[in-house]
Design a binder for this molecule. Structure first.
Ligand code: DOR
Ligand code: ZN
Length: 441
């Protein structure tokens, strides 16, 4: 296939170039390529040609929660959002904590996924050795220092330290850094006001909880010399601590979600449980700090965490935390780029280049010869409004309904095969493949 006349966008810049794919790979990039006999030609005049996005943080609920998402619906939503690779979190039912659950989930993904995928392993106080033995087969290990959706949790020092020391030091250990004891304390304080559906979740799980857990994780990573990736960093203080640790040589990287870039605790107050997520939507000051300190953010991951409207309509205390987002990340970031808040290059660095590097996805990560032909065509001038009806997630809602977007995803290719065209997924269930891991750095 030959994609002609488009503007290729990478982490380094933009250039008008043609791109040829063959047998799932990018094989040629140059000016003015001529079609070969019988070759399919895509005219990308007026369009941007982006590498497929890599979302290293999704919760697809398969197995155990398939009424709200499964590998088919979740990866279709990803594809429609220009995300051609996902890494799925382990807090399913059962949680992925060992060989048996890993194999079972891999079979589900292989049968249903329409984008490429990798799987996380979840840390428990008991699975230190088994987890370490599976390191080569997973994208990373996820460790919850504070409780959230599901049962995964490690709070005691001994298993925490042992996971940090034992799990392959060169694979990311991805930490949900909220401190359990302080969550319990502040959660209890917030409870008396929570008879109504609306409580300020940011008071129940305050920035201090994040700061305490992060400090603990950084200290242990420094001591053990291991790699650490901080999931959903939400506050100025956390970014400062991470910067300081990086300067000292700690092998730490961090993620921010579009939720925390685009929404604040005021939105949570207004949307109620639809804005309830762990860690919570923060103050406007913290939100603005994420933009101000954007250079220090390594990856943007969605934390796509679908729950049904019915589940969200329960009282605050019972309503599950989590917000969908895999389909809206690229549109929101394209829009921010169109407003001049950020460059597309900076977006690609955080949504493609750095995720591939950090998670060792060496066949992904750039529009380059030899890489998988994961390609997104964008019309930068087209404008539209996000609606719940466009969402392909089974949960069927988005907190961004009504948001005006400039920049539309026209076509998405996974390893050279057209999977999505203007609103319609045409990819076959099971066409997604497990990613290949090489040494990450
Ligand atoms: O709000 C959240 N929802 N935070 C998490 O850590 C998990 C996620 C989920 O799985 O629903
Ligand atoms: Zn998550």
């Amino acid at each position: 296939m030959l994609i002609r006349n488009g503007v290729l966008v990478g982490a380094e810049g933009q250039q008008r170039l043609d791109l040829r794919t063959r047998a799932e790979k990018i094989v040629e990039i140059a000016e003015g390529l001529t079609p070969e006999p019988g070759e399919e030609v895509v005219d990308a005049s007026g369009l941007l040609v982006l590498p497929g996005f890599i979302d290293t943080h999704v919760h697809f609920r398969d197995p155990g929660g398939t009424h709200k998402e499964d590998f088919l619906s979740g990866t279709q939503a990803a594809l429609a959002g220009g995300v051609t690779t996902i890494l799925d979190m382990p807090n399913t039912q059962p949680a992925v904590t060992g060989r048996e659950q890993l194999n079972a989930k891999a079979a589900l993904a292989a049968a249903k996924a329409v984008v490429d995928y990798g799987l996380y392993l979840g840390a428990t106080p008991e699975n230190v050795e088994e987890a370490a033995g599976l390191a080569n087969e997973v994208a990373a290990m996820k460790l919850y220092m504070g409780s959230s959706t599901g049962s995964l949790l490690v709070t005691e020092f001994a298993p925490l330290y042992r996971h940090f020391s034992t799990f392959s030091h060169d694979k990311p250990l991805v930490v949900h850094a909220e401190d359990e004891q302080s969550l319990q304390y502040f959660g209890a304080l917030a409870r008396p006001q929570s008879s109504a559906t609306n409580t300020n979740h940011n008071l129940a799980r305050p920035p201090l909880s994040a700061q305490i857990a992060l400090s603990r994780a950084l200290a242990i990573a420094e001591k053990t010399g291991r790699r650490l990736h901080i999931a959903h960093t939400t506050t100025q203080r956390e970014l400062e601590l991470i910067q300081e640790a990086k300067q000292k040589g700690v092998r730490v990287t961090c993620e921010v979600t579009p939720l925390h870039l685009f929404l604040t605790e005021e939105d949570q107050q207004q949307k109620g449980n639809l804005g309830k997520v762990n860690p919570p939507l923060r103050s406007r000051e913290d939100q603005q700090a994420l933009w101000r300190l954007f250079d220090s953010i390594d990856t943007i991951g969605t934390d796509h965490a679908p729950h049904t409207l019915e589940e969200k309509r329960q009282p605050y205390a019972q309503a599950p935390s989590g917000i969908p987002g895999v389909q809206t990340m690229l549109p929101l970031l394209l829009n921010a780029a169109s407003q001049g808040r950020i460059t597309l290059q900076a977006v690609i660095e955080r949504c493609v280049t750095n995720p591939a590097r950090i998670f060792g996805l060496s066949t992904k990560g750039a529009l380059e010869i030899g890489k998988d032909a994961d390609i997104v065509l964008i019309d930068p001038e087209k404008e539209y409004e996000i609606t719940n009806e466009q969402m392909l997630s089974k949960c069927g809602w988005t907190p961004f309904a009504g948001t005006h977007i400039k920049g539309m995803i026209e076509q998405v290719y996974v390893r050279g095969a057209l999977g999505y065209v203007r609103g319609t997924c045409i990819a076959r269930a099971g066409s997604g493949k497990s990613v290949v891991y090489t040494q990450s750095c």
